[in-house]
Write a protein that binds this ligand. Structure first.
Ligand SMILES: Nc1ncnc2c1ncn2[C@@H]1O[C@H](COP(=O)(O)OP(=O)(O)OP(=O)(O)O)[C@@H](O)[C@H]1O
Ligand SMILES: [Mg+2]
Length: 356
């Protein structure tokens, strides 16, 4: 350790994308997808045994695709069977993904990534059980030299310097993680995870369109992409049309009301989570939390969501002031990197031992 240079990395292993922010200035992400060539022809096509992120998505017909964090697997499943093939596959895919992210960070390192000690803070959902924590550590073993992991919304709060009187709502693909910050390290009582997040919006949108346009052909993935480019809750604005094939020919379909309904579908559970965490807090400080609700994560980019949550909060809680972070996709990894830098050396040793 004495002779090695330390590189700090903050990592947010997300259901839909995994983000890394690194001391040496590297900041990037990969969709959380790993593909293995299906046969010898596919292997020849890629010239390698494993394909990541966008490349995997583009060539998914030739690949066996794995999304290690999908549906909460590894992150929030309470009943993980550590001997099942699915679990082993998910761990393997997650390790490959993390290894690739670290490689990217080290490739760009001015010293060529040699003679370094890589120290990482991993973000995990607030709800993760002991078993999930074990899984996260297993993923990092042998890839990171030292590791600690923290809840995702806490990483966001830390990165923004919001350590007190703030309420973080991290809207991801698989989960919404809520956390109240009151000047100390948040405990389990300060956090709630709800399962209605970006993937749920896609599912609702898809189902509404399936019912309305029975002739059209489309997949969840197609409507998800469309959502990301057009998501809007506000009543104002033009009608929104999507082009979907009908008997092979692209036809324009009006999806204004369906997109709006789907995007709004996550709001009641979010506000219920906020309500629970505020109601159980010291009444003298409840107002401070209501005044400072911060939205982060990819899902926070839905236009009009901030307003919708405020209105719901006014109805349920009498008041609500909501803001959105500037870099929703990087907020977790940025915060994890800051934590990584700030943690004293003694702490790391202790955590390393615990990880074994
Ligand atoms: N412009 C946008 N409008 C609405 N939703 C968006 C937009 N861009 C991305 N999303 C959605 O944000 C979600 C991804 O956000 P993020 O990258 O924060 O999730 P994640 O960290 O991978 O998931 P999780 O935190 O649940 O593990 C996806 O559901 C995606 O469709
Ligand atoms: Mg996330």
């Amino acid at each position: 350790m004495v002779n090695k240079r330390v590189i700090n990395v903050g990592i947010d292993l997300g259901t839909s994308r995994s983000v890394i922010a690194c001391d040496n200035g590297v900041r990037t992400y990969l969709p959380s997808v790993v593909g293995y060539p299906k046969d010898a022809v596919a292997r020849k096509l890629f010239g390698k045994d494993i394909v990541f992120g966008d490349e995997a998505l583009k060539h998914r017909m030739s690949l066996e695709m794995h999304r290690p964090f999908d549906k909460g697997m590894l992150k929030i499943a309470q009943d993980l069977d550590e001997n099942s093939p699915e679990y082993k596959r998910a761990i393997e895919a997650a390790r490959a993904l993390l290894k690739r992210l670290i490689e990217i960070a080290l490739e760009a390192d001015p010293g060529g990534g040699s003679n370094v000690l890589v120290r990482g803070v991993l973000g995990a959902p607030a709800l993760a059980s002991r078993k999930n924590k074990k899984a996260m550590l297993e993923i990092a073993r042998g890839i990171l030299d030292d590791v600690m992991y923290v809840s995702e919304p806490f990483a966001v709060a830390y990165g923004l310097g919001l350590l007190t009187n703030a309420f973080i709502v991290d809207i991801g693909a698989g989960t919404v993680d809520l956390c109240r910050m009151h000047g100390t390290m948040p405990t389990d009582d300060d956090q709630i995870t709800t399962m209605k997040a970006g993937d749920y919006v896609d599912q609702v949108f898809y189902e509404l369109l399936t019912k309305k346009y029975t002739d059209a052909n489309f997949t969840v993935n197609m409507v998800k992409k469309f959502k990301e480019e057009n998501s809007n809750i506000s009543q104002r604005g033009d009608s929104i049309y999507i082009e979907l094939p009908v008997k092979g020919k692209p036809v324009k379909h009006d999806v204004t009301a369906e997109l709006r309904l789907a995007c709004k579908a996550i709001v009641p559970d979010i506000v219920e989570g906020i309500r629970k965490l505020i109601a159980s807090f010291d009444p003298e400080f409840q107002m401070h939390l209501k005044e400072n609700v911060i939205l982060a994560g990819g899902g926070s980019q839905i236009v009009g969501l901030k307003r919708e949550i405020e209105e719901f909060m006014i109805e349920k809680l009498g008041y609500g002031k909501v803001t959105t972070v500037e870099e929703p996709l990087y907020a977790g990894a940025n915060g994890a990197l800051m934590l990584c830098r700030d943690m004293p050396d003694e702490y790391w040793h202790e955590l390393k031992d615990r990880a074994k």
